[in-house]
Design a protein around this ligand. Structure first.
Ligand code: KG4
Ligand code: ZN
Length: 337
Protein backbone atom coordinates (compact mmCIF):
# COMPACT_ATOMS: atom_id res chain seq x y z
CA UNK A 1 0.00 0.00 0.00
CA UNK A 2 1.46 3.35 -1.07
CA UNK A 3 0.60 6.37 1.08
CA UNK A 4 1.31 10.00 0.24
CA UNK A 5 2.17 11.89 3.45
CA UNK A 6 1.80 15.66 3.73
CA UNK A 7 3.34 17.73 6.54
CA UNK A 8 2.90 21.50 6.88
CA UNK A 9 2.51 22.11 10.61
CA UNK A 10 5.33 24.63 10.97
CA UNK A 11 7.97 25.84 8.51
CA UNK A 12 8.75 22.69 6.53
CA UNK A 13 6.59 21.94 3.51
CA UNK A 14 7.17 18.22 3.23
CA UNK A 15 5.70 15.42 1.12
CA UNK A 16 6.74 11.79 1.04
CA UNK A 17 5.58 8.50 -0.43
CA UNK A 18 5.95 5.47 1.84
CA UNK A 19 5.12 1.83 1.11
CA UNK A 20 3.43 -0.31 3.78
CA UNK A 21 4.29 2.16 6.54
CA UNK A 22 7.96 1.32 6.26
CA UNK A 23 9.75 1.81 2.97
CA UNK A 24 10.46 5.38 1.88
CA UNK A 25 10.00 5.85 -1.86
CA UNK A 26 10.58 9.61 -1.73
CA UNK A 27 10.99 12.23 0.96
CA UNK A 28 10.94 15.86 -0.16
CA UNK A 29 11.38 18.62 2.42
CA UNK A 30 11.17 22.24 1.30
CA UNK A 31 12.52 24.23 4.20
CA UNK A 32 11.76 27.89 4.84
CA UNK A 33 14.72 28.40 7.17
CA UNK A 34 16.38 31.12 5.09
CA UNK A 35 13.17 33.16 4.92
CA UNK A 36 12.60 33.06 8.69
CA UNK A 37 16.27 33.50 9.63
CA UNK A 38 16.22 37.34 9.71
CA UNK A 39 13.46 37.14 12.35
CA UNK A 40 15.30 34.49 14.43
CA UNK A 41 12.04 32.56 14.60
CA UNK A 42 9.19 31.26 12.47
CA UNK A 43 6.75 34.00 11.41
CA UNK A 44 3.36 32.22 11.15
CA UNK A 45 1.90 34.49 8.42
CA UNK A 46 4.94 34.04 6.21
CA UNK A 47 5.04 30.28 6.85
CA UNK A 48 1.46 29.67 5.75
CA UNK A 49 1.84 31.87 2.67
CA UNK A 50 4.96 29.97 1.66
CA UNK A 51 3.24 26.61 2.13
CA UNK A 52 0.55 27.78 -0.28
CA UNK A 53 3.19 28.70 -2.84
CA UNK A 54 5.24 25.52 -2.39
CA UNK A 55 2.88 22.64 -1.84
CA UNK A 56 2.03 21.70 -5.43
CA UNK A 57 5.69 21.67 -6.50
CA UNK A 58 6.65 19.60 -3.45
CA UNK A 59 3.97 17.01 -4.26
CA UNK A 60 5.17 16.88 -7.88
CA UNK A 61 8.76 16.40 -6.73
CA UNK A 62 7.73 13.60 -4.36
CA UNK A 63 6.18 11.72 -7.31
CA UNK A 64 9.18 12.36 -9.52
CA UNK A 65 11.70 11.24 -6.86
CA UNK A 66 9.71 8.02 -6.35
CA UNK A 67 9.19 7.43 -10.07
CA UNK A 68 5.45 7.18 -9.41
CA UNK A 69 2.25 9.02 -10.39
CA UNK A 70 -1.01 9.77 -8.59
CA UNK A 71 -2.47 6.59 -10.15
CA UNK A 72 -0.11 4.49 -7.97
CA UNK A 73 -1.20 6.00 -4.65
CA UNK A 74 -3.63 4.11 -2.36
CA UNK A 75 -4.26 6.76 0.28
CA UNK A 76 -3.27 10.13 1.70
CA UNK A 77 -2.19 11.07 5.23
CA UNK A 78 -1.83 14.63 6.44
CA UNK A 79 -0.88 16.37 9.69
CA UNK A 80 -4.02 17.87 11.22
CA UNK A 81 -2.65 18.74 14.70
CA UNK A 82 -0.85 20.25 16.58
CA UNK A 83 0.97 23.17 14.97
CA UNK A 84 0.50 26.66 13.55
CA UNK A 85 -3.11 26.71 12.41
CA UNK A 86 -2.48 28.76 9.27
CA UNK A 87 0.27 26.35 8.21
CA UNK A 88 -1.69 23.21 9.11
CA UNK A 89 -4.65 24.47 7.10
CA UNK A 90 -2.66 24.59 3.88
CA UNK A 91 -1.66 20.91 4.02
CA UNK A 92 -5.02 19.78 5.37
CA UNK A 93 -7.08 21.68 2.79
CA UNK A 94 -4.82 20.49 0.02
CA UNK A 95 -5.14 16.88 1.20
CA UNK A 96 -8.93 17.09 1.36
CA UNK A 97 -9.23 18.52 -2.14
CA UNK A 98 -6.63 16.17 -3.60
CA UNK A 99 -8.16 13.05 -2.01
CA UNK A 100 -11.62 14.10 -3.19
CA UNK A 101 -10.47 14.69 -6.74
CA UNK A 102 -8.65 11.35 -6.91
CA UNK A 103 -11.35 9.44 -5.01
CA UNK A 104 -8.79 8.23 -2.47
CA UNK A 105 -9.19 7.51 1.27
CA UNK A 106 -7.41 10.02 3.49
CA UNK A 107 -6.67 10.46 7.17
CA UNK A 108 -5.60 13.36 9.38
CA UNK A 109 -2.82 12.38 11.80
CA UNK A 110 -1.28 13.71 14.96
CA UNK A 111 2.17 15.21 14.43
CA UNK A 112 3.43 14.12 17.86
CA UNK A 113 2.58 10.46 17.39
CA UNK A 114 4.11 10.69 13.93
CA UNK A 115 7.43 11.98 15.36
CA UNK A 116 7.64 8.87 17.51
CA UNK A 117 6.79 6.72 14.51
CA UNK A 118 9.72 8.15 12.50
CA UNK A 119 12.14 5.64 14.06
CA UNK A 120 10.00 2.80 12.64
CA UNK A 121 10.71 3.81 9.06
CA UNK A 122 13.00 1.42 7.17
CA UNK A 123 13.22 -1.00 10.14
CA UNK A 124 11.14 -3.05 12.50
CA UNK A 125 10.84 -2.04 16.16
CA UNK A 126 9.06 -4.20 18.69
CA UNK A 127 6.62 -2.85 21.24
CA UNK A 128 6.51 -1.97 24.08
CA UNK A 129 9.17 0.67 24.52
CA UNK A 130 9.80 3.96 26.26
CA UNK A 131 9.45 6.95 23.97
CA UNK A 132 11.42 10.18 24.27
CA UNK A 133 9.70 12.78 22.19
CA UNK A 134 11.51 16.08 22.09
CA UNK A 135 10.58 18.81 19.66
CA UNK A 136 10.12 22.56 19.49
CA UNK A 137 6.67 22.35 21.05
CA UNK A 138 6.66 19.11 23.07
CA UNK A 139 8.74 17.18 25.58
CA UNK A 140 7.27 13.80 26.45
CA UNK A 141 8.48 10.63 28.12
CA UNK A 142 5.98 7.89 27.41
CA UNK A 143 5.25 4.21 27.56
CA UNK A 144 4.38 3.07 24.04
CA UNK A 145 2.41 -0.10 23.43
CA UNK A 146 1.50 0.39 19.80
CA UNK A 147 1.52 3.14 17.17
CA UNK A 148 -1.69 4.56 18.64
CA UNK A 149 -1.38 3.51 22.25
CA UNK A 150 0.87 6.03 23.94
CA UNK A 151 0.78 6.51 27.68
CA UNK A 152 2.32 9.84 28.76
CA UNK A 153 4.48 9.33 31.86
CA UNK A 154 6.02 12.78 31.98
CA UNK A 155 5.91 16.01 30.08
CA UNK A 156 6.99 19.60 30.49
CA UNK A 157 5.18 21.72 33.00
CA UNK A 158 6.15 24.88 31.09
CA UNK A 159 8.43 25.29 28.05
CA UNK A 160 9.42 22.51 25.67
CA UNK A 161 13.08 21.46 25.45
CA UNK A 162 13.49 22.66 21.84
CA UNK A 163 11.77 25.91 22.71
CA UNK A 164 14.43 26.57 25.40
CA UNK A 165 17.19 25.96 22.82
CA UNK A 166 15.43 28.36 20.44
CA UNK A 167 14.90 31.10 23.03
CA UNK A 168 18.45 30.98 24.40
CA UNK A 169 19.83 31.09 20.86
CA UNK A 170 17.56 33.99 19.96
CA UNK A 171 18.54 36.00 23.06
CA UNK A 172 22.28 35.64 22.42
CA UNK A 173 21.91 35.78 18.64
CA UNK A 174 23.59 32.40 18.28
CA UNK A 175 21.86 31.42 15.05
CA UNK A 176 18.63 29.94 13.69
CA UNK A 177 17.24 27.33 14.18
CA UNK A 178 18.44 27.62 17.77
CA UNK A 179 18.93 23.93 18.50
CA UNK A 180 21.14 23.37 15.48
CA UNK A 181 23.20 26.50 16.27
CA UNK A 182 23.71 25.60 19.95
CA UNK A 183 24.62 22.00 19.10
CA UNK A 184 27.27 23.26 16.65
CA UNK A 185 28.70 25.99 18.92
CA UNK A 186 28.84 23.59 21.88
CA UNK A 187 31.45 21.50 20.12
CA UNK A 188 34.03 24.24 20.72
CA UNK A 189 32.70 25.34 24.13
CA UNK A 190 33.39 24.22 27.67
CA UNK A 191 30.32 22.86 29.51
CA UNK A 192 32.00 23.61 32.86
CA UNK A 193 31.95 27.38 32.30
CA UNK A 194 28.49 27.77 33.85
CA UNK A 195 26.60 25.67 36.40
CA UNK A 196 23.04 26.25 35.23
CA UNK A 197 20.38 24.77 37.50
CA UNK A 198 18.04 21.92 36.57
CA UNK A 199 14.53 21.69 38.03
CA UNK A 200 13.82 19.58 41.08
CA UNK A 201 10.53 17.99 40.18
CA UNK A 202 10.52 14.47 41.36
CA UNK A 203 7.68 14.09 43.76
CA UNK A 204 4.36 12.33 43.25
CA UNK A 205 2.86 13.01 39.84
CA UNK A 206 5.95 14.88 38.67
CA UNK A 207 8.35 11.96 38.76
CA UNK A 208 9.02 12.06 35.03
CA UNK A 209 8.09 15.67 34.33
CA UNK A 210 10.53 18.29 33.11
CA UNK A 211 10.65 22.07 33.28
CA UNK A 212 12.66 24.43 31.08
CA UNK A 213 11.53 27.89 32.15
CA UNK A 214 14.01 27.95 35.07
CA UNK A 215 17.08 27.11 33.04
CA UNK A 216 15.95 29.45 30.26
CA UNK A 217 15.62 32.33 32.74
CA UNK A 218 18.95 31.46 34.35
CA UNK A 219 20.80 31.49 31.02
CA UNK A 220 19.13 34.65 29.78
CA UNK A 221 18.86 36.76 32.94
CA UNK A 222 21.23 35.34 35.54
CA UNK A 223 24.34 34.51 33.57
CA UNK A 224 26.78 36.03 36.11
CA UNK A 225 25.22 34.16 39.00
CA UNK A 226 26.03 30.77 37.48
CA UNK A 227 29.39 31.66 35.96
CA UNK A 228 32.45 29.70 37.08
CA UNK A 229 35.38 32.11 37.43
CA UNK A 230 38.32 31.38 35.19
CA UNK A 231 36.19 30.45 32.19
CA UNK A 232 35.36 32.87 29.40
CA UNK A 233 31.75 34.08 29.02
CA UNK A 234 31.86 33.20 25.33
CA UNK A 235 28.89 32.15 23.16
CA UNK A 236 30.52 28.70 22.82
CA UNK A 237 30.76 28.28 26.60
CA UNK A 238 27.19 29.49 27.16
CA UNK A 239 25.97 27.08 24.48
CA UNK A 240 27.91 24.07 25.80
CA UNK A 241 26.91 24.67 29.45
CA UNK A 242 23.25 25.22 28.55
CA UNK A 243 23.13 22.18 26.27
CA UNK A 244 24.63 19.90 28.89
CA UNK A 245 22.12 20.94 31.55
CA UNK A 246 19.14 20.92 29.17
CA UNK A 247 19.89 17.41 27.91
CA UNK A 248 20.77 16.07 31.36
CA UNK A 249 17.30 17.13 32.53
CA UNK A 250 15.87 14.69 29.96
CA UNK A 251 18.34 11.92 30.72
CA UNK A 252 17.67 12.01 34.45
CA UNK A 253 13.93 11.38 33.87
CA UNK A 254 14.58 8.80 31.21
CA UNK A 255 16.98 6.88 33.49
CA UNK A 256 14.29 6.94 36.17
CA UNK A 257 11.62 5.68 33.74
CA UNK A 258 13.86 2.81 32.57
CA UNK A 259 14.65 1.87 36.14
CA UNK A 260 11.00 1.99 37.28
CA UNK A 261 9.51 0.09 34.33
CA UNK A 262 12.40 -2.26 33.59
CA UNK A 263 11.89 -1.44 29.90
CA UNK A 264 15.26 -0.90 28.24
CA UNK A 265 14.09 -0.36 24.69
CA UNK A 266 14.11 3.41 24.12
CA UNK A 267 12.91 5.16 20.97
CA UNK A 268 13.53 8.87 20.39
CA UNK A 269 11.90 11.30 17.99
CA UNK A 270 11.45 15.01 17.24
CA UNK A 271 13.87 17.79 16.30
CA UNK A 272 15.89 17.68 19.54
CA UNK A 273 16.55 13.97 18.93
CA UNK A 274 19.04 15.27 16.36
CA UNK A 275 21.16 16.69 19.20
CA UNK A 276 24.66 15.22 19.17
CA UNK A 277 25.20 15.46 22.94
CA UNK A 278 21.90 13.66 23.61
CA UNK A 279 22.81 10.94 21.11
CA UNK A 280 26.30 10.39 22.51
CA UNK A 281 25.19 10.41 26.16
CA UNK A 282 22.36 7.94 25.54
CA UNK A 283 24.75 5.67 23.65
CA UNK A 284 26.71 5.27 26.89
CA UNK A 285 23.78 3.28 28.35
CA UNK A 286 25.11 0.04 26.97
CA UNK A 287 22.43 -2.28 28.28
CA UNK A 288 19.67 -0.28 26.54
CA UNK A 289 18.35 -0.93 23.05
CA UNK A 290 18.29 2.60 21.64
CA UNK A 291 16.66 3.70 18.44
CA UNK A 292 16.96 7.19 16.99
CA UNK A 293 15.61 8.12 13.57
CA UNK A 294 18.29 9.25 11.09
CA UNK A 295 18.84 13.03 11.32
CA UNK A 296 16.65 13.87 8.29
CA UNK A 297 13.71 12.08 9.95
CA UNK A 298 14.13 13.75 13.37
CA UNK A 299 12.88 17.14 12.21
CA UNK A 300 9.58 17.59 10.38
CA UNK A 301 9.03 15.37 7.36
CA UNK A 302 6.23 13.76 5.34
CA UNK A 303 7.57 10.19 5.68
CA UNK A 304 6.58 9.90 9.34
CA UNK A 305 3.08 11.15 8.41
CA UNK A 306 2.71 8.65 5.55
CA UNK A 307 4.22 5.92 7.76
CA UNK A 308 1.79 6.25 10.63
CA UNK A 309 -1.10 7.12 8.29
CA UNK A 310 -0.71 3.72 6.63
CA UNK A 311 -1.69 1.95 9.87
CA UNK A 312 -4.92 3.94 10.20
CA UNK A 313 -5.83 3.51 6.54
CA UNK A 314 -5.03 -0.21 6.65
CA UNK A 315 -7.64 -0.75 9.33
CA UNK A 316 -10.16 1.38 7.42
CA UNK A 317 -9.91 4.51 9.54
CA UNK A 318 -10.48 7.59 7.40
CA UNK A 319 -11.22 11.22 8.25
CA UNK A 320 -14.31 13.18 7.34
CA UNK A 321 -14.18 16.43 5.38
CA UNK A 322 -15.27 18.26 8.52
CA UNK A 323 -11.93 17.50 10.23
CA UNK A 324 -10.43 20.75 11.49
CA UNK A 325 -6.83 21.77 12.01
CA UNK A 326 -6.06 22.31 15.69
CA UNK A 327 -3.15 24.22 17.17
CA UNK A 328 -3.09 22.29 20.42
CA UNK A 329 -4.07 18.89 21.68
CA UNK A 330 -6.63 19.50 24.42
CA UNK A 331 -6.37 17.51 27.68
CA UNK A 332 -2.81 16.69 26.76
CA UNK A 333 -1.95 13.84 29.13
CA UNK A 334 -5.22 12.05 28.47
CA UNK A 335 -5.10 12.73 24.74
CA UNK A 336 -2.47 10.06 24.10
CA UNK A 337 -4.01 7.00 25.73
O1 KG4 B 1 10.36 18.31 15.43
P1 KG4 B 1 10.67 19.68 14.98
O2 KG4 B 1 11.29 19.86 13.63
O3 KG4 B 1 9.40 20.59 15.01
C1 KG4 B 1 8.43 20.53 15.99
O4 KG4 B 1 7.55 19.65 15.88
O5 KG4 B 1 8.55 21.34 16.94
O6 KG4 B 1 11.61 20.28 16.10
C2 KG4 B 1 12.15 21.55 15.99
C3 KG4 B 1 12.97 21.80 17.23
C4 KG4 B 1 13.47 23.23 17.35
O7 KG4 B 1 13.25 23.69 18.65
C5 KG4 B 1 14.95 23.08 17.04
O8 KG4 B 1 15.74 24.09 17.65
C6 KG4 B 1 15.23 21.73 17.63
O9 KG4 B 1 14.11 20.95 17.27
N1 KG4 B 1 16.45 21.10 17.10
C7 KG4 B 1 17.51 20.79 17.88
C8 KG4 B 1 18.50 20.26 17.02
N2 KG4 B 1 18.00 20.26 15.74
C9 KG4 B 1 16.74 20.78 15.83
N3 KG4 B 1 17.71 20.93 19.20
C10 KG4 B 1 18.90 20.53 19.71
N4 KG4 B 1 19.90 20.04 18.95
C11 KG4 B 1 19.75 19.88 17.61
N5 KG4 B 1 20.73 19.39 16.87
ZN1 ZN C 1 7.72 18.39 14.51
Amino acid sequence: MLVLGIESSCDECAVSIVEDGRFIKSNVIATQIETHRPYNGVVPEIASRMHTEMIIDVVREAYSEAGLTSKDIDGIAVTSRPGLVGSLLVGLSFAKGYAYSLGLPWVGVDHIRAHLYAAHLEREIEYPYLGLLVSGGHTIICHVESFDNINVMGTTIDDACGEAFDKVAKHYNLGFPGGVAIDKLSKSGNPKAFNFPGPSLHKGDHRYDVSYSGIKTAVINQLDQFHNKGYEKSPENIAASFQKTAINILLKRLDRAVEDTGIKRVVAGGGVAANSYLRSEIAKRESWEIMFPPLRLCTDNGAMIAGIGYHYLKRGEVSGFDLKASARVPGFRKAYP
